[in-house]
Design a protein around this ligand. Structure first.
Ligand SMILES: Cc1ncc(COP(=O)(O)O)c(C=O)c1O
Length: 454
């Protein structure tokens, strides 16, 4: 029986239910098939996840992974006593990621799964805040004015941390022509109250990398000259599952001395559905005891240091599936494919003569671009135009100092193949032409001919 073929038996009617409950708890229930179909049909109005070029998040996994996900959907991850194997698998993944991020042999790394990178960033920064405070207390120094230094190119979760946890944000600016931070600004911003410096690989805005090696070098100099040992937290939400495979010789991780904690999103290029993030500390000493809680009401004494208590198990299991299914070789092949496709897209966009590239996927498979003539082809209008064909491509302005620049971004995920890219580029040209045609109708002039785009 197809999904749409709802039987009459037991139903008042197939679709005509009267009003669907929306804002008030309904007194009566309805048949399960009708409930399913009504919600299913309404959700058809959502965008198609596979055409969502805005998202970094995985929208497809192998059927065997889907099977494991369904088999484990009903296990609350926090119930470690009841589900010890999922906990064990989480620990294996923490080990695997610590190795991938070159945790030093002699260190005793620790880590945890989270709901996403946001939670991982907040937990990582909280650990640094606690350590800073303990050290200040130990030395009899004031500990009421912590600050955290990061760029205006970071994700909103950094601002959230500062606001929610009462830490002064000290924001390193970008400039009109450079859309990541200037490492030299670190010197001006840090002081004895700095709990950590945040470094992003790659930024949500353009996909570029903050200068992690330079910032590490500057913090080492400060450590030597002033005795301030300021940790770096690397936000590798996107790069954490790209750089180890694509640029294995590029040192951005625990190979750099001041890098003390790293987050990544399993649900981005870890190739798992939402929501899964990872947080790895270089050494267990960085995770203060005060941040852990022991609970014994689940059957055994269990340490926990997450913000949320309950968490699904399925995505942890799915991450493990990917790791053993693909191995280093499989991830490397997929990453190589995504990077090749991203470079192909950048090249094809440039060939149209209509766009300037902001980032041609230099480190991660993200292409950012802007129309050469933003008044003729307003990016927001182009974004709407593409939506007509189902493509979801965001247009947005850059942070302060470059706020007059509006760009568009395509995240080239595994399913965005060369064939799809060809179709997309044709559609983008069609949308540009349509915008120009519309404009011309409005102004009554003849269609613009100066930039042939098709
Ligand atoms: C650089 C960066 N950091 C943090 C986040 C937040 O990640 P999550 O959605 O996994 O909480 C994102 C999300 O896009 C991101 O791009």
């Amino acid at each position: 029986m197809s999904e749409r073929n709802i039987s009459h038996s037991g139903l008042r009617s197939r679709y005509d239910m009267g009003e669907i409950p929306k804002y008030k708890f309904p007194a009566d229930g309805i048949d399960s098939r009708v409930a399913y179909q009504l919600i299913h049909d309404e959700l058809n109005l959502d965008g198609n996840p596979d055409l969502n070029l805005a998202t970094f998040v995985t929208t497809w996994m192998e059927p065997e992974a889907d099977r494991l996900i369904i088999e484990n959907l009903h296990k609350n991850f926090i119930d470690h006593f009841e589900y010890p194997q999922v906990k064990d698998i989480e620990g294996r993944i923490v080990n695997i990621l610590a190795g991938l991020y070159n945790a030093p042999e002699e260190s005793r790394f620790v880590g945890t799964s989270t709901i996403g990178s946001s939670e991982a960033i907040m937990l990582g920064l909280l650990a640094h805040k606690f350590n800073w405070r303990m050290e200040r207390k130990r030395n009899g120094l004031p500990y009421d004015r912590p600050n955290v230094v990061f760029g205006s190119d970071t994700h909103i979760s950094w601002d959230k941390f500062a606001r929610y946890f009462d830490v002064e944000p000290r924001i390193m600016p970008i400039s009109r022509t450079r859309f990541t931070v200037d490492a030299e600004d670190v010197k001006k911003m840090v002081d004895e109250n700095t709990i950590a410096v945040g470094v992003v690989l790659g930024t949500t805005f353009t996909g570029e990398f903050d200068p992690v090696q330079e910032i590490n070098r500057i913090l080492l100099e400060i450590k030597k000259e002033k005795g301030l040992d300021i940790p770096i937290h690397v936000d590798a939400a996107s790069a954490g599952f790209i750089t180890p495979f694509y640029e294995p010789d590029f040192a951005w991780d625990f190979r750099l001395e001041q890098v003390k904690s790293i987050n990544t999103s399993g649900h981005k290029f870890g190739l798992v559905y939402p929501g899964l993030g990872w947080l790895i500390f270089r050494d267990e000493k960085i995770l203060p005891d005060d941040l852990g809680f022991n609970v014994n009401y689940l059957g055994d004494e269990m340490p926990t240091y997450t913000l949320n208590f309950s968490e699904g198990s399925s995505m942890i299991v799915a991450q493990y599936y990917n790791i053993i299914r693909l191995g280093m070789k499989g991830y490397s092949q997929i990453v190589k494919g995504m990077m090749e496709n991203a470079h192909y897209l950048a090249q094809e966009l440039e060939k149209t003569g209509r766009f300037d590239l902001v980032n041609d996927a230099s480190h991660i498979p993200v292409v950012t671009f802007r129309p050469k003539d933003p008044s003729g082809v307003p990016p927001y209008e182009l974004s709407f135009g593409l939506r007509e064909r189902g493509w979801i491509v965001p247009a947005y302005s850059l942070p302060d100092n470059a706020q007059e620049t509006t760009i568009m971004r395509v995240v080239v995920r595994e399913n965005f193949t060369k064939d799809m890219i060809d179709i997309f580029v044709k559609d983008i040209i069609r949308a540009v032409n349509k915008i120009n045609g519309k404009e011309d109708k409005r102004t009554g002039s003849s269609p613009r001919k100066s930039h042939p785009v098709s």
